[in-house]
Design a protein. Structure first.
Length: 492
């Protein structure tokens, strides 16, 4: 029987599957040079399962609020196993599993079980790695090179919509480190628990209301405008990903000189623990000079232009898309790096647009006469800059009431809001937290706009060095859930 290290990731209860399957010996890659393979073979049974631990830690993925996902999100079409000798860290074998068949869903809809053919392997102590739904073979003789694999092609589009072919999944390397496989005289199976997680995160965006009324501070309150959030656009989407999830404990933006399987390929440490993406150490604390010159991000916020944006439709039903993980060192959690959602809204003044006529401000009662440029100040709108000047001539505190102007578009006046995606909210609005902003693989981010507080920006002028922490004029309920990988029992 095998003994493997347990993960602290949320466990979903695993059920051992005893099945009689055909024997298979086809190992696609032979024993690496210099590695002596034992002569005795052992039957091996891999269980691909999800974790279900009740342990609570600082990371969102370790909460006990989780989502099991949809069928395309947990399907396994293929899986490849890589074995490295624990003693030498040299490559031993890799093989593709065959005959993967999913059993019918159980009545409680909590477990999905996949069967495959059994295989025999040489006895030994191995570091075991598994990649599912991936059509490439990684050829690395050394384990550290294998774990350092970065894919820059599979999800190069940044924002992923079509997952009909399955999502690339991997195990956490630390979970299957130093696995012993022995031949049992009674021919019992060795059992290896594999905890798969998706390399993608899921982002759901929705709104709670179709129309939002903005009210002033009078008693009783009066509606001064109505806002309709109708479009959104996700910015700063990475193109590359580490094949195996990597973490590190950091107190400065300094890349470790070496990476340990047990320390850097498991859970996020509770103290100063970060998820490390392929671009992590290039996200410097000073983002003023960052230009996305090597095209790492799709929809780079620093190049945002609302006239050419490919907007997504925002409705009261969640729209789903997928993204690679994107994380920063705490002081580098800035607009130039973090993944964010821009919301576009139509707004209409509520019978409170004024123009200067004969030296007096007069209400415009015919909406067809509303100007191309609309000026806003203190819950009212003005048809010209001279009308605005008249309204504000006795008040120099224009910032208090957010004086600004809006251009009319083909579908009315528009304003914009932005929300930077949080992974862990420290609930301190002026203090940046560790891993507070970011996106982590195998998590589900539910972004539900409940309300808005006032008109949004008349335009967005990206400043990459702006910290993510700050006012948004949005009331957003964000739920971050670990995204459970359904159970897969693989017989080898």
């Amino acid at each position: 029987m095998i003994h493997s290290k347990n993960s602290l990731f949320l466990l979903l209860a695993a059920f051992a599957l005893l099945s009689s399957c055909s024997h298979r010996d086809e190992i696609e890659s032979g024993v690496a040079q210099g590695v002596e393979a034992p002569q005795d073979n052992a039957n091996v049974k891999f269980q691909f399962i999800a974790n279900s631990s009740s342990l609570q830690t600082r990371s969102a993925e370790d909460s006990n609020d989780y989502s099991i996902g949809e069928e395309n999100e947990y399907q396994v079409n293929n899986a490849r196993v890589y074995l490295y000798a624990s003693s030498t860290k040299q490559f031993v074998k890799s093989f593709e599993l065959s005959g993967i068949t999913r059993r019918p869903l159980t009545a409680d809809n909590k477990n999905v079980i996949y069967d495959t053919e059994r295989i025999s392997l040489p006895s030994g102590i191995y570091d075991v790695f598994v990649i599912a739904n991936y059509d490439k073979v990684i050829n690395k003789e050394k384990e550290d090179e294998f774990l350092a694999t970065v894919d820059s092609v599979t999800y190069h589009s940044g924002l992923i919509k079509n997952i009909s072919k399955g999502i690339v999944m991997t195990n956490r390397a630390a979970d299957n480190y130093g696995v012993t496989i022995v031949e049992d005289p009674n021919h019992n199976d060795n059992v290896i628990n594999i905890y798969l997680e998706r390399t993608l995160a899921r982002i759901d965006v929705k709104k709670e209301k179709e129309v939002i009324e903005l009210q002033d501070e009078s008693t009783p309150k009066q509606t001064y405008a109505t806002v309709t959030l109708d479009r959104y656009y996700i910015v700063n989407l990475p193109r590359y990903f580490n094949m195996f999830r990597r973490t590190a404990v950091l107190t400065s933006l300094y890349e470790p000189t070496s990476w340990s399987v047990t320390e850097n390929f498991g859970k996020i440490n509770d103290q100063n623990g970060f998820v490390i993406d392929p671009y992590f150490f290039k996200k410097t604390v000073d983002a003023t000079q960052f230009t996305n010159g090597d095209d790492y991000y799709v929809n780079y916020f620093g190049e945002y232009n609302k006239e050419t944006v490919a907007w997504e439709t925002l409705t009261t039903q969640a729209t789903t898309s997928y993204s690679l993980e994107n994380c920063m060192f705490t002081p580098a959690q800035k607009n130039g790096y973090s993944t964010g959602v821009i919301f576009s809204a139509r707004f209409a003044p509520n019978n409170n647009v004024y123009d200067l006529v004969g030296g007096n401000l007069q209400l415009i009662t015919d909406e067809s006469q509303y100007p191309e440029t609309l000026y806003y100040y203190n819950y009212k709108f003005y048809a010209s800059d001279v009308a605005l000047a008249e309204a504000t001539k006795n008040n120099t505190d224009l910032d208090k009431y957010q004086a600004r102007k809006f251009k009319k578009t083909a579908d009315g006046y528009r304003c914009y809001y932005i929300y930077w995606v949080r992974h862990l909210d420290n609930n301190l609005p002026t203090v940046m937290g560790v891993m507070e902003f970011g996106i982590v693989r195998n998590n589900l981010y539910l972004i539900n706009v409940q309300d808005v507080f006032g008109l949004g920006y008349n335009e967005l002028i990206p400043i990459p060095d702006t910290p993510d922490e700050g006012e948004t004029n949005l009331n957003v309920i964000l739920r971050v859930k670990p995204w459970i990988v359904r159970k897969l029992d693989i017989i080898l």
